[in-house]
Design a binder for this molecule. Structure first.
Ligand code: TTJ
Length: 676
């Protein structure tokens, strides 16, 4: 009996990594750019766990020029001793078998765990890497082992002496698995900064050692160092940087039998709410029970305090949950033993016990804070009461706007270049960013059924989120009138003037911003149009690849590489055309470069132009690539996309401009594809 138990255990532990290579998506979510970055997060999570246990304080992530990444910590080092039953070093088992994590070292740090699967993730990363090297610095020695696609290519051995302690993992993602193996500093920076906030005291450094490329964002530094003694309280301060704040951030934490609860919050004089929640360091963008508990406690505590202090009179109604969150910035972080992630994107905490846990802690600690800081408590209640009053006033204003029918009798906006057909089922409206692109679009359209509405500058402002104020905005009014269905209670979907409403913005940061704003607008005020599939996003090409008179368009980096390959052009020798430069110069440059490399070939005479804006295309090109139904492709917006944009929009509010732009850039391409 004992014997069969032993072998069963052995089989379980020895589970290989083949399934990981067969179905990578099951382990890392996807094999696109997000999946690629997930590899880094999995490895970093291990080091974060070590930091949370109090065993390390520095984590360094480096992007190397051969496409590999290294992650190093100064923790205790992955154990290297022989596993008594398996007769292999623990290090090898950790990195080459599934579910081996946590079995080594007898570390019972409980719920002090980051999002990583307790080291399980590191073998997954190994499986999906063409090369991995582990270095463990322990007992004055450097232990080394290398792997390829999850299999050791050598036995672990001692390779020299050191006085360091820690672990370094170097890995190079497998090109056969991932759509792209090009890491983005922006994505890594965003995530690592977040992790640094969540693990106060730890230093996380991110260094880009890769040679600079023409398409690199010139502004981004190549070295980041994140260290926040204040943890999530510093996070809240950061989110509120540009705002008028009430007091300093309120911070508390408590270890409960269901897990650790940590909350930081601060009110501002702004209107938007930013509440970010995490479970085991994972951003729970869909919320969950911890967030519900937080909101319930906040409403309860503030109302109780307002009543106790007679700030809220007996006959007055309680403040609503929305009132107490206006102007609030908060970070809620919980750590628990067995987190359940649910929802569409597995980012909603499903552990019901966390509602009570967070609610109890917040009720207790926040009430205590108000007791000790009566002045601040009063100011916060005052702010919430202002929100309540504004809510009632806005409702009244909205009702009157609708009664008056503000849009009635309004004529079509002057800048709308309408189509000649009056049959909505065949009509399309292109919402175009800026007048210059609008000009190209007007020339390139089929005026029979395609209408163009150019929008100028910032169309929406956060503070104009209320319907009555929104209707005061010219760009928004033009848009609503052009669409034809009205708004508010006067909305009539049968009056839709275009079957397809297409958002056509530049493929740059500002374009992405305007797209997010428009999606948010449709999500909030015209969800029916999204649901019925009337809203689209145009897909202008990113590149034009020319060879002599021949020209091809590419809508992604992969597609561009494909064309170059097809033409026999080595992508390495290509010089990408900067927007200001004429193509010929670069063609020549590419040739010079090729000659230098002694690899000149006739076929290498091609040039790549990267389109930064719609305005760079002439009307004919724009029509062919983006507008003509016979040759274009468009994305149909789903409710999910719009909801995401809305959430993005909300998250973005209040943070300073630079990170906001980065966030948009990173997420600009996360709309689901549905070719039309
Ligand atoms: C396990 O229990 C004994 C002491 O060391 C514990 C451990 O594994 N520590 C540890 C693992 N520290 N750092 C890691 C680690 C760091 C990186 C960068 C990557 C991986 C897979 C693990």
């Amino acid at each position: 009996m004992a014997k069969s138990e032993y072998s069963a255990q052995q089989i379980q532990v020895l589970e290989g990594l083949e399934p990981v290579r067969k179905r990578p998506g099951m382990y890392i979510g996807s094999t696109d750019i997000r999946g690629l970055h997930h590899l880094v997060y999995e490895i970093v999570d291990n080091a974060i766990d070590e930091a949370m246990g109090g065993y390390c304080d520095t984590i360094t992530v480096m992007l190397h020029d051969d496409g590999s990444v290294s992650v190093e910590d100064n923790g205790r080092g992955i154990p290297v001793d022989m596993h008594p039953k398996l007769k292999r070093p623990a290090l090898e088992i950790v990195l080459t078998t599934l579910h081996a994590g946590g079995k080594f070292g007898g570390d019972d740090s409980g719920y002090k765990v980051s999002g990583g699967l307790h080291g399980v993730g590191s073998s997954v990363v190994n499986a999906l890497s063409i090369f991995m090297r582990a270095e463990v610095y322990r007992d004055g020695k450097i232990y080394v082992q290398e792997y390829s696609r999850g299999k050791p290519t050598m036995d672990m051995k001692v390779q020299g002496k050191t006085d360091k302690i820690g672990t370094k993992i170097i890995f190079k993602p497998d090109k056969d698995i991932f759509d792209t193996v090009d890491f983005s500093m922006d994505m890594l920076m965003t995530r690592l900064r977040q992790q640094a906030y969540l693990t106060r005291g730890v230093t996380i450094a991110l260094l880009d050692e890769r040679p600079k490329r023409p398409e690199d964002d010139l502004k981004h530094p190549r070295l980041y160092r994140f260290h926040f003694e204040g943890g999530i309280a510093a996070y809240v301060l950061h989110l509120n940087e540009s705002k008028d704040r009430i007091g300093s951030p309120i911070w508390f934490e408590k270890d409960t039998s269901d897990g650790m609860v940590e909350v930081a919050l601060q009110y501002t004089q702004a209107f938007q709410e930013i509440v970010v929640s995490f479970a085991n360091n994972i951003h729970t963008s869909e919320g969950g029970h911890h967030l519900t508990g937080f909101k319930a406690a906040l409403t309860r505590t503030i109302n109780a305090y307002a009543r106790a202090q007679s700030l809220l009179k007996e006959k007055e109604e309680n403040l609503t949950a929305d009132d107490v969150r206006e102007g609030l910035t908060a970070v809620v972080s919980v750590r628990l033993k067995e987190p359940q992630f649910e929802g569409q994107t597995k980012s909603k905490l499903g552990n019901a016990e966390m509602k009570t846990a967070v609610e109890t802690v917040v009720n207790e600690k926040l009430a205590q804070y108000f007791e000790e800081h009566p002045g601040e408590g009063k100011e916060i209640v005052g702010k919430c009461m202002l929100a309540a009053r504004a809510r009632l006033a806005a409702r009244a204003a909205r009702d009157s706007v609708i009664r008056k029918g503000i849009l009635e009798g309004m004529t079509l906006p002057g800048k709308l270049a309408d189509c000649s057909s009056k049959d909505p089922s065949e009509c399309e409206l292109f919402i175009v960013e800026g007048d210059s692109a609008g000009g190209s679009a007007k020339q390139g359209r089929n005026r029979e059924f395609q209408a163009i509405l150019p929008l100028r500058g910032k169309i929406l402002n956060v503070e104009q989120a209320r319907l009555d104020k929104m209707l005061a905005n010219n760009e928004i009014r033009s848009l609503i009138i052009a669409i034809g269905v009205g708004i508010g209670e006067a909305k009539d979907l049968t009056k839709l003037r275009y079957d397809r409403v297409v958002i056509m913005t530049d493929a740059d940061v500002d374009g992405a911003h305007i797209r997010t704003l428009l999606l948010t607008f449709f999500f909030r005020y015209f969800p029916e149009l999204i649901e019925a599939g009337h809203i689209y996003i145009a897909q202008p090409p990113l590149y034009k690849i020319s060879r002599g008179k021949e020209a091809r368009y590419a809508f992604s980096d992969a597609e561009k590489e494909g064309v170059l390959k097809e033409w026999g052009v080595d992508a390495q020798q290509m010089q990408e055309t900067e927007e200001e430069q004429p193509e010929e110069v670069n063609e020549e440059e590419a040739l010079v470069k090729a000659v230098k490399n002694k690899e000149v070939r006739k076929t290498a005479r091609a040039s790549v132009q990267r389109y930064k804006g719609l305005g760079e295309m002439n009307a004919e090109q724009l029509a062919e690539t983006t507008m003509n139904p016979d040759s274009r492709s468009m994305l149909r917006v789903t409710m999910e996309d719009a909801e995401k944009a809305d959430a993005t929009f909300t998250t973005l509010m209040g943070s300073e401009v630079a990170p906001r732009r980065k966030f948009i850039q990173t997420h600009a391409k996360t709309v689901k594809n549905l070719d039309v």
